[in-house]
Design a protein around this ligand. Structure first.
Ligand code: G6Q
Length: 548
């Protein structure tokens, strides 16, 4: 298979970017009163207005041709069939099965995966209800008041983001905390105000070998035993979520307290599995199932809708348009919702770990950019920090705005102002302010003409800066599920076009391996032979500091 960059579809987009670069979005809007209608669609509780992009109908046609050239439908079917699309790890990728509330049949190696999924969901329901209804008691007979989820990466970011996003649905008396960092400060800080007798730890690790998670889990165990003084307490205060039963047992967690998932669930796609247990504990199993239902709605839309009306495909191709043809290196995600504070952080992993690859599935080096740098923060905070650069900096930064029509906390007048700000940012990015407009404003303010001329260049906004507006009625569990699945599928589509394996993550291995060697070197004064002088000197420095 030739690199996608060698195909006529790619070449035609390169030419097209040069033509489009001459167009002004504000002119396109003026020329076509139907533009918003033409470039918008509504699905699964999400209205996507993508009219403020540097596109015409011809652009969309050419982008769709690119997806076809990359054989998107073949790869989509392959994913659904349970083929080993994660080819470097020889694994199927079936997170869609975890939220399959419909009729689809999902198999891995000829085995139906649905009975196992349903059985774990039933166990999650029983357990979360027991804890929430205060039937599951701690070792001293007290009800659980605090859940501490210990996990990292894919075993933490998804559940943490969702728990925060659904905070308005949580019971105040059952608090959920997340500990991921190997830096003991996070665990120590989290435990400061907790009572071991009323704290339940969920140790979440697919492999149950992850250094960060095991270190935190061991320290949590010591903290618990220091106060409860009996090994038997562990069974009441620790549960595990993992694919590795033996390691869970070896750690000392009762296998009856283990919630299983499977190797065909990738870490960053695992919040829909038992890794979502903290979500079920926080908001209840019904709401967790609404989250699954929203994701399932989006799965069905993704699988069934024609490409030109398919929201994940549209978002993916727009991203490719700017990344590969417009030279954009990054993509900003700006939710106008305080509870979506961790959404960009979560998406960073889904997107950057999936598509931050430099070779194709066949191991050939690509000669084009792949995954963009994903970043962002909720508005309006973002407006008062980095929006300057998006509006007037030298870089092209496509921006996704996520905007709920209704707030969970409608304080008088706040939401009107919030929505107005969000719409204004997107409008300003699109329209900009011309030199003529900037000058006219200053003159109207009676500024002396010398000063006017000095200020005009600083007050010009180039505009023509693209954004998508994703509007939802309110961030409910169902809408959130659809929103997350939308981005998951977007990432999948982009990976298909770039020809990479979006489901492995070898890039996180080397550092882990070297950390093992360095840790071993701490026990001796000199580093192992062959270590570079910088690392050796830093190890020596640490050694001295520790033995001071
Ligand atoms: C995600 C990655 C990675 C993983 C963590 C935690 O796709 O695989 O982020 O989730 O390294 O791994 P464990 O769940 O095995 O502890």
């Amino acid at each position: 298979m030739p690199l996608i960059s060698q195909t006529p579809a790619w070449k035609s987009l390169e030419t097209h970017w040069k033509e489009i670069g001459r167009l002004r979005m504000r002119d396109l809007f003026e020329a076509d009163p139907e533009r918003c209608e033409r470039f918008s669609l509504e699905q699964c509780g999400i209205y996507l207005d993508y009219s403020k992009n540097l596109i015409t109908e011809e652009t969309v046609r050419r982008l769709m041709a690119l997806a076809e050239t990359a054989d998107l439908s073949f790869w989509g079917n392959s994913l659904l069939r349970g083929d080993k699309v994660n080819n470097t790890e020889g694994r199927a990728v079936l997170h869609m099965a975890l939220r399959n509330l419909g009729y689809r049949d999902y198999q891995v190696d000829g085995v139906d995966v649905m009975p196992g999924i349903r059985s774990v969901l039933a166990r999650m329901r029983a357990f979360s209800e027991d804890v929430r209804e205060r039937r599951w008691l701690g070792y001293t007979g007290q009800a659980i008041t605090d859940i501490v989820s210990i996990g990292i990466g894919g075993s933490s970011l998804g559940p943490k983001m969702v728990c925060e996003a659904l905070k308005p649905y949580q019971n105040p008396w059952l608090r959920v905390h997340f500990v991921s960092n190997l830096d003991g400060a996070q665990l120590a800080q989290t435990l400061t105000n907790l009572n071991p007798a009323t704290t339940l730890f969920v140790v979440a690790s697919k492999t149950f070998t992850t250094q960060d998670t095991l270190a935190n889990a061991c320290s949590a165990r010591e903290w618990c035993l220091a106060s409860l003084h009996n090994e038997a307490a562990i069974a009441r205060h620790f549960v595990a979520v993992s694919t590795n039963r033996d390691a869970v047992v070896e750690f000392g967690i009762d296998p009856h307290n283990m919630f299983e998932f499977w190797e065909w669930v990738g870490g960053r796609y695992s919040l829909w599995s038992a890794i979502g247990l903290p979500i079920a504990l926080a908001v209840g199993m019904e709401r967790f199932e609404e989250l699954l239902a929203g994701a399932h709605d989006m799965d069905e839309h993704f699988v069934e809708a024609p490409p030109e009306q398919n929201m994940p495909i549209i978002l993916a191709l727009l991203g490719i348009w700017y990344n590969n043809f417009g030279g954009a290196d990054t993509q900003a995600i700006i939710p106008y919702d305080h509870y979506l504070e961790h959404f960009a952080t979560y998406l960073q992993q889904v997107d950057m770990e999936s598509n931050g690859k430099r070779v194709t599935r066949d191991g050939e080096a690509v000669d084009y950019q792949t995954g963009a740098v994903i970043w962002g923060q909720p508005g309006t905070d973002a407006q008062h920090s980095f929006f300057q650069l998006i509006h007037q900096g030298t870089r092209l930064i496509p921006t996704d705005f996520i905007l709920p029509m209704r707030s969970h906390k409608p304080l008088d007048g706040h939401h009107d102002k919030l929505v107005a700000n969000c719409l204004a940012q997107a409008q300003a990015l699109m329209r900009g302010r011309t030199e003529h407009e900037a000058r006219a404003e200053l003159v109207a303010a009676n500024m002396p003409s010398e000063m006017v001329e000095k200020l005009v260049p600083h007050r010009v906004f180039p505009g023509n800066r693209p954004s998508n507006m994703l509007v939802v009625e309110q961030v409910t569990p169902r809408v959130l599920g659809a929103l997350i699945a939308l981005y998951e599928h977007k990432v999948f589509v982009q990976g298909v076009v770039w020809g990479v394996d979006s489901f492995d993550q070898w890039g996180v291995e080397l550092g882990k391996q070297l950390a093992g060697h360095i840790l071993a070197d701490f026990s001796q004064i000199a580093c192992s032979p062959g270590v570079d002088s910088s690392t050796a000197s830093l190890v020596r420095r640490y050694h001295l500091a520790m033995n001071d």
